[in-house]
Design a protein around this ligand. Structure first.
Ligand code: NAD
Length: 513
């Protein structure tokens, strides 16, 4: 508790048990509805937050609108300079923020630190990007005319984020949006508001040092209702929403109805194909990290393993040797590899999925228990499960946000494995383990994986920020982070300039008056 108190102190969340924040930017000025935040690691109350009302939301939008008027006039490379300073502040606070991520969300410390590193990396990426927001130039069909296109800031970008990456996903959006000249309003998951408040503290100092308005980055702590206000609000031209497909459909519908832009990053049902030509030991390392890392709570977690029948028994038997030795425990302990699930509802969903899949014919090979004892008193620690199953089972088709790995057998050519891999509604991440080039190229071809991410001899999780991140089908179609994902944060404008004294019309039209 002392260590966590120090972390909160360093991140500006001063009072413990409970510290109800009252600042405008994290909501709750007008309302006394509070939410206590307990750690899934040990069940301790970390702090409490005020939940924002519709009135708070109005105030935050007005603050953001005013800040946009200032921010859009700052040259993009100067905006990049502010993001560079934010990256440096995150470097200073990496240890503390990483610990808080781990304690509030339950992922192991290595992953908490990795998440903050991802924020630092996206800052670096955005700084470079701030000098590269370029469009094309074109040759005009008219003499002494010039055509080019520019990208301008959009305005307010609403960011709705999920509990499992409580800070990184926000930074992917907010840092790109910032160099693009936008301001952001962040509604973090109501399950992990403290890390969001910590980020706001870090950022606030940078903005104050540069005499810039805090409304360039706003945080509003609220539940789905606040997210829904944002989705319906025409003052928010872009809503970037990360979370379940159920949520994404609602947000996408609301934003679409007002012809706004949405960037949707939704659920996955990710598979690794292991062919008979795979380096099995290498594949196993990727499978275990993908299936049990973050206790199966990554959008890119490995949920299905599609194994050639000739190596099926070998892979299954090796996994059954590895799983009993997985160190499950407190996420801040150095030796732990598997932390807790986020809450008891997640545990129920895990148990329910295992029951249902067994009714359909699935064979539970290992795991599925809720751990008991002093160390596991929260009731949120489970043993990761492996189930032999078939792809068409109802539960295999769904994303259960927990460590369940379905083993699916295939025979014949890699095309059969690809059909199974593509035979789900979601389309986020996919991977193949094979040393046979004919198989790996088929997997990457236009009749191969239908996912937004397709890897060869790498697992499904742990993407680098340099690539565009996102998926197809029920995953929502959005792309964020690297490559040219920045374009969605800007509006595109085509300009034609006449530097002659004539006024020729396009398409050769004559219109003499
Ligand atoms: P969730 O859908 O329950 O909540 C996500 C966010 O949406 C929260 O901030 C929540 O308050 C908000 N929300 C919920 N209903 C809303 C509505 N009707 N209108 C507006 N906002 C609403 O998801 P979760 O349990 O926090 O996260 C797990 C899910 O997120 C999984 O499905 C996972 O795959 C997905 N995820 C996807 C990605 C990706 O990049 N594709 C990344 C992380 C998580």
């Amino acid at each position: 508790t002392k260590a966590i108190a120090d972390v909160l102190q360093q991140l500006g969340i001063k009072e413990l048990n409970p510290a109800y924040s009252t600042g405008l930017n994290w909501g709750g000025e007008n309302n006394k509805t509070t939410r206590d935040i307990y750690s899934p690691a040990d069940g301790n109350l970390i702090a409490g937050v005020n939940m924002a009302t519709a009135d708070d939301y109005e105030q935050v939008v007005k603050t953001a609108q005013a800040a946009f008027k200032v921010w859009r006039t700052v040259p993009a490379p100067k905006r990049g300079e502010i993001v560079r300073q934010i990256g440096n502040k995150l470097r200073e606070h990496k240890e503390a923020l990483g610990k808080l991520v781990s304690y509030e969300m339950g992922k192991i410390l290595q992953e908490g630190l990795g998440e903050v590193q991802e924020m630092i990396d996206i800052c670096d990426f955005a700084v470079g990007l701030s000098r590269q927001l370029h469009g094309y130039t074109m040759h005009s069909e008219r003499p002494q005319h010039r055509m080019y296109e520019q990208y301008h800031p959009l305005g307010i970008v609403g960011v709705i984020s999920a509990f499992n990456f409580p800070v990184a996903v926000w930074s992917w959006n907010a840092m790109l949006a910032a160099v693009c000249g936008d301001v952001t309003i962040w509604k973090p998951s109501e399950k992990t508001p403290l890390t969001a408040i910590a980020c706001q503290h870090i950022i606030r100092d940078v903005l104050a040092d540069n005499e810039l308005p805090e409304g360039i980055f706003s945080v509003i702590i609220g539940d789905a209702e606040i997210g829904s206000l944002m989705a319906h609000d025409t003052r928010v031209p872009l809503v970037s929403a990360t979370g379940s497909t159920r949520m994404g459909k609602k947000v996408g519908e609301a934003v679409g109805a007002r012809l706004g832009k949405s960037l949707l990053e939704l659920g996955g049902n990710n598979a690794i194909i292991i062919t008979e030509n795979a380096d099995i030991e290498m594949a196993l390392r990727a499978v275990v990290f993908g299936a049990v890392g973050t206790c199966g709570q990554r959008c890119t977690s490995t949920r299905r393993l599609i194994i050639h029948e000739n190596v099926f028994d070998q892979v299954r038997d090796r996994l059954l040797k590895i799983y009993p030795n997985l160190p499950i425990g407190h996420p801040l302990s150095d030796t732990t590899l598997v932390g807790p699930l986020i809450d008891k509802d997640a545990v129920k969903a895990f148990q329910n999925a295992l029951q249902e899949v067994q009714k359909e014919g699935g064979k539970l090979l290992i795991g599925g228990e809720v751990l008991e004892g002093e160390q596991y008193a929260t009731g949120t620690y489970v043993t990761p499960a492996i189930v032999e199953a078939e792809n068409h089972y109802h539960m295999v088709q769904e994303e259960t946000f927990a460590p369940i790995l379905y083993l699916i057998r295939y025979s014949g050519d890699v095309e059969n494995a690809i059909d199974i891999q593509n035979g789900v509604k979601q389309g986020l991440s996919s991977s193949i383990f094979s040393t046979n080039m004919l198989e790996t190229e088929a997997f990457l071809s236009h009749w191969g994986s239908d996912c937004g991410i397709a890897n060869v001899n790498i697992g499904t999780s742990g993407a680098e920020i340099g690539g565009a991140f996102g998926g197809e089908k029920d995953t929502g179609g959005g792309r964020e982070s690297g490559s040219d994902a920045w374009r969605i944060y800007m509006r595109r404008q085509t300009n034609t300039i006449n530097y002659s004294r004539e006024l020729p019309l396009a398409q050769g039209i004559k219109f003499d008056i």
